[in-house]
Design a binder for this molecule. Sequence first.
Ligand SMILES: [Zn+2]
Length: 157
Amino acid sequence: MDPSLANGLDMVKELDRRTGLKPGDIDAVFITHEHADHFAGLAHFPKAVWFAGALVAEILNRGLAFARKVEAAPKTMFGAVEVLPTPGHTQSHHSLRFQCEGRWVVAAGDAVATRDFWRERRSYYNAVDPALAARTIDSLANLDSIIVPGHDNYFAV
Ligand SMILES: [Zn+2]
């Protein structure tokens, strides 16, 4: 999700450090929103299907000259991963939710920037609608989950 490193060598190193995987092992990439720091490394995953929420896919396909299109993600991917609308940071922002070892995990992107932003129900600095972003954080707080924020390590709710 959200391949952020434009430099190919850096992207390969970071993927290996965090997962032990190589870019060729990745079947699908999901982009949470249209800010460049969340897709700068997309081209380093040429074998993967590139997914995003429908509006994000439209924005990216309209504005950027990728080698191929970003696909509009279905509501549930691979029968197991929910694509959740999480507006506020951008209107089109989407996060992913799935179960892992009996816990829900929300890969939140910039809907939750860091744990401190979560605690304060505060949107990230460049949010288009801070009040909506706060309501989105509240809606995620109702889920007993592990949150993976956009700019911090994961934490339990
Ligand atoms: Zn952002």
